[in-house]
Write a protein that binds this ligand. Sequence first.
Ligand SMILES: CC(C)(COP(=O)(O)OP(=O)(O)OC[C@H]1O[C@@H](n2cnc3c(N)ncnc32)[C@H](O)[C@@H]1OP(=O)(O)O)[C@@H](O)C(=O)NCCC(=O)NCCSC(=O)CC(=O)O
Length: 464
Amino acid sequence: MASSCIVKILETTEIKPSTESPNFASESTLPLTLFDAYWFQIPPVERLFFYNLNDLTPADFSSEILPKLKHSLSLTLHHYLPIAGSLKWPSHAPKPFISYTPNNGVSLTVAQSNADFHRLTGNGIYEAVELHPLIPHLKSSDDSASILALRITLFPGKGFSIGITAHHTVLDGKTTTMFMKSWAYLCKQRNIQNSHQLPPELTPVFDRDVIRDPTGFDLDVLYLNQWLTYTIGNKSLKVSTDKGAAPNLVRATVTITPEDFKKMREKVFSKSLDTSKTLHLSTFALTLGYVSSCIVKARGGAGDRIACLAFTADCRSRLDPPISETYFGNCNVVPSDISKARGYMDFENGFAFGAEKVSNMVKGLKEKGVFEGAKDRLTPFFELAKEAAGSVQMITVAGSPRFDLYETDFGWGRAWKVVVVSIDKNEAISMAESRDEKRGIEVGLALKKPEMERLLNVFLKDVV
Ligand SMILES: CC(C)(COP(=O)(O)OP(=O)(O)OC[C@H]1O[C@@H](n2cnc3c(N)ncnc32)[C@H](O)[C@@H]1OP(=O)(O)O)[C@@H](O)C(=O)NCCC(=O)NCCSC(=O)CC(=O)O
């Protein structure tokens, strides 16, 4: 494994929203909703988009690519003004809020790397920390945290990457990826000087009044208080630089094809623990059920540890009434299930066990609504955090196979590889549409090396 790679910072700058609009506000704030407050103190999401441009020279990069990316970023920020601002929690304020002014900008670093572009963008194993120099960091202090940071890295003769770090208390995956697509859209316009408008599907909606709390529990305050109880009163907005488990992990990508899904469905039906139920066997449910059983099996052990399975569900279309698909901010809930690991480890039934768990959780959202049990949604995570090391295996999902990330084309072709770097902090997995397989799903993994090798050795062999 090459760990002698050098990343040289070429430029550190701040990109401000373009001021070419009569509607440019002087200074504004946005409150956090209950959905935002849920994510308070959750580490930022780090994602990398790689673009493959053979023969890309430093001269072409700095004279053509970089100016276009910077200019279109400024135009994009004009549509997403809060992103250039920060999350604030002054001592006199009861709750944190988003603040932005015309003078705010997003931090952008430009770098050059001699790392092996093709290895880092391949599906095979490499060390998780190798991606870290390509990711920017949010600026933060006790009472303020930036919302987004960007790093563009040139790989001479290979291409470039765009690293994006997003504050989860402000942006969910839907909003972050919509921002990236908006930036790509404006960058790709041929006559960039004249193309400032975004199509409706990329135009963010900032109206906070659409988010209502039907529970009577004031969930925004409740979640913040639960966080403060958990962190023993830590109101600080300082973003942790803890790399979590990453230094001991390797990464790899696995892909599940439509043909695999067909066989997986048949297998779950034949093994289903309760065939009388109508299972929700979407490609998402099959993927998460299957990969969960693989990860738990790969860790091995006796099976009496706790396995906590959790994923994020987008609530924009699930609220009553539904809200705009382009609503800006968090709008999601996290269903979770706590079981003994042995359920997933059973050689014959582990996969069906996992798929049924996911199926039940997705169906639960439909049958019971997204606010069922809302006041206790954070509690299991805080309780599990108190358990002894090694006695809990968490399986959570970043990203979604609905984000169409590979179509994020800035004008130099679709993305060559997209990875969620931050899955390496807590052994989460990531999901995206497959780059190569139409209607396939690719899963990003970050595991200890022996576990990764065990998993890759058997992956899909038991269903195909
Ligand atoms: C809860 C879910 C995961 C469950 O997904 P499922 O696919 O099992 O179930 P479903 O009812 O949504 O969909 C059933 C079938 O209809 C298809 N389908 C439904 N709606 C669709 C849409 N809008 N676009 C494309 N396909 C759609 C599904 O692909 C699936 O078919 P088929 O079986 O053929 O596929 C999902 O509904 C959801 O909310 N996804 C978004 C999750 C999300 O936002 N994650 C990001 C978290 S933030 C984060 O992690 C940070 C970050 O990313 O930055």
